[in-house]
Design a protein around this ligand. Structure first.
Ligand code: ADP
Ligand code: MG
Length: 226
């Protein structure tokens, strides 16, 4: 299962005209591989993730998530696809202050209509996979920034997504912790067979990615010499 973007164009209203945020982007991300996306601020990286996440509908082009053509889906079906097939990690962890680490993950199952209690085992397994087995009972204020970002990543994997979309997860972390998060993402991509897209500012660890592409002014240039 893969993520495919084919000739995707996205524009936003801009004064009297339109701003082209994505200009005929094509990208294929096979399962079990991680594609890093670099490029200057405002080049369209987050827009690329938003389209891949079906949060934004492109003006033109196709987005195929794990074999499903998203263009034909209604809003409710898109929301279901997002919940069940797509894991999204935003820059800020957005954890709920009153919940423990395990509960942050169990909530995801609740949102998909599953049993919170039944999700406990999977939550603990995923916390273990991100190196936080011993922190399951802690609340966000008792955890470091790096630990919170790991919970954020584990939470995105709770529903066993085919596609994992990650927007600048290391920008709030120091260099060493950033490298550890990247290593973790590569390991999870392999072990969970996700098609992973990682937007990153941190250019120093790009050799860990299977491929690096670059965004410039809405256009994708591939591949970038390492
Ligand atoms: P990046 O993540 O690389 O910084 P973005 O995808 O956030 O880039 O933005 C790409 C371009 O689209 C920028 O010029 C930005 O100002 C514009 N843009 C992003 N989101 C919106 C929006 N919701 N409405 C209008 N313009 C937007
Ligand atoms: Mg961005």
């Amino acid at each position: 299962m893969t993520l495919t973007l084919a000739d995707v164009t996205l524009t936003y209203p801009d004064g009297d005209g339109r701003l082209t945020a994505l200009d005929r982007i094509s990208l294929d991300v096979p399962a079990g591989t991680l594609t890093a996306v670099v490029g200057p601020s405002g080049s369209g990286k987050s827009s690329l993730l938003a389209v891949a996440a079906t949060l934004v509908t492109p003006d033109e082009g196709r987005v195929v998530v794990a074999g499903t053509e998203t263009a034909g889906l209604g809003r409710a079906q898109q929301a279901e696809l997002r919940r069940e097939r797509i894991g999204i990690v935003f820059q800020q962890p957005n954890l709920l202050p009153s919940l423990t680490a395990a509960e942050q993950l169990q909530v995801m199952t609740h949102l998909s209509g599953g049993s919170v209690r039944g999700a406990r085992g999977r939550a603990l397994e995923l916390l273990d996979a991100v190196g936080l087995a011993d922190q399951a009972g802690r609340r966000p204020h008792q955890l470091s920034g790096g630990q919170r970002q790991r919970i954020n990543i584990a939470r995105a994997l709770m529903n066993d997504p085919a596609v994992l979309l990650v927007d600048e997860p290391t920008s709030a972390l120091d260099h060493e912790r950033g490298a550890a998060v990247l290593d973790l993402l590569v390991a999870l991509t392999r072990s969970r067979s996700t098609a992973t897209v990682l937007v990153t500012h941190d250019r120093t660890h790009l050799d860990r990615a299977d491929r690096t592409v670059r965004m410039d002014d809405g256009r994708l240039t591939v591949p970038e010499p390492v």
